[in-house]
Design a protein around this ligand. Sequence first.
Ligand SMILES: [Ca+2]
Ligand SMILES: [Ca+2]
Ligand SMILES: [Ca+2]
Length: 403
Amino acid sequence: MKKVVLFPALLSLALAFTGVSCSDDDGDDDGDDVAKTYSLSVNVTLPAGAESVGDITVTATHAQTAGTYTATIAAGETNTIIAELPTGQYAVSAKAQATASSVYTGSTAVQVYGNATCTIALSEVSESSLIFKEVYVASNNYYFKDLYWEIVNNSNEVQYLDQCIIGSMGSNWDGPSKWVDESGNMLPYYALNGYVLAFPGNGTDYPLQPGESVVIAQDAANHAEAQGDAAYPDLSDADWEAYLTSTSYSDTDYDTPNLIVIYDESASFYFGAGAFGQAPVLVKLPDGVKATDYAADSTNLATIPNSTSTSLYLKIPNQYVLDAIQIADNEEVAAGGTIYPNLLPKDDASYTWATAWGGKSIRRKAIAIDEDGRVRYQDTNNSAEDFIIDAPLTPGIAPTVVD
Ligand SMILES: [Ca+2]
Ligand SMILES: [Ca+2]
Ligand SMILES: [Ca+2]
């Protein structure tokens, strides 16, 4: 892939010396290429209320060649010019860090057959290093013991699983979310109930290298062997498992490390983050906060607003959510029914699903594969775009082709 990095300051300097417009220059110093190139002026608009946005990276990707051209909009500015673009259609995106876990981003399409201008409206979305690569909660033939969740480090830096929390935000099957204020706006926290699990560790005990993943099994057993049917997954090599001791359900402690049960209000007989219309949610609290201490603090619990229910839910401020997926009922989708959002648009703008009891997973799309085989996964916080519906079960197995 061709990658050209243009620095606006250097570009301005070059133009001052040559005194020519970049669109008059063929952009090639060997003299044998007469292809026309043009400049693209990119303006960005910031979301209302956005303050002190730092440098904004702008990338134009040629639709036919996939060649990429980048430039930077300096802090406080709202425009840059990408010069020497070959003619064609471009997807142009802009991105800046908003908070530690979110970015300002946006994109547009533009045709460059002469000097062109485009405007990108930025909005804030969560961006995570640790994300769900695959979620298998549809089970096979009502079996339940075969569920799994795979988490991948989609960043270029080592990430730590220590104290990361995995749980469920309530169902989107039974009407609009109850976790709203008087105006009907979703509250600034997610409310988890059922089993809520966390990784152990003191901060740096469980590193996950860039591109690596871990599988969390409901039961870390070879279910294909147990059921005599290869349609069930072999989870005997899972990295972690949900070992549940707090109910009458008789769980088995397989020879695989257990996640810690930090909360179990209204818990079912199994761990099912994402089953029955719940949204699986992956959380990292601020450094130094132990998940068990957080869950034991009663100020972090809440009942459903405007309800007589006394069930307590574990509140998670939504800025600590690394990743979350709205999962719809496939029959409801087929029938054209309403799917009620249970997450904020910044975490998931739509929903995906796998056919209930069909033995299929929801697997995130691979958008690129490096020469060493490392897969880059798509995470635009829009599940309809980011995931493959009814994917084959591939726990711990990375795709080998781009989706
Ligand atoms: Ca188990
Ligand atoms: Ca175990
Ligand atoms: Ca996401």
